[in-house]
Design a protein. Structure first.
Length: 66
C-alpha cells in the first residue's frame, strides 16, 4: 500500500513539474529611457552587444527617450 501511494505521489509531482519546464524561454528584454539634467533625450541611438557572440542590436529612442 505504501509503495502504491509513493508511486502515485511521484507521478503527480512529475506531472506538476513537467508543465513548468516547457515555459522556459531564451529571450530577454531591456527597457529604460535616456535622460540628462534637462530631461529625456529623443533620437539617441542605443546599441546592445552580446559579449559572447558579438551580436549587436541598435534602436533609436522615441520622443519620450525610451
Amino acid at each position: 500500500m505504501r509503495m502504491r501511494a509513493a508511486l502515485l505521489l511521484g507521478a503527480i509531482l512529475t506531472l506538476a513539474v513537467s508543465g513548468t519546464l516547457f515555459a522556459q524561454g531564451f529571450q530577454g528584454g531591456l527597457r529604460g529611457s535616456i535622460k540628462d539634467a534637462g530631461g529625456v533625450i529623443p533620437g539617441v541611438e542605443v546599441t546592445l552587444t552580446n559579449e559572447q557572440t558579438n551580436l549587436k542590436r541598435s534602436v533609436v529612442t522615441n520622443e519620450r527617450g525610451e
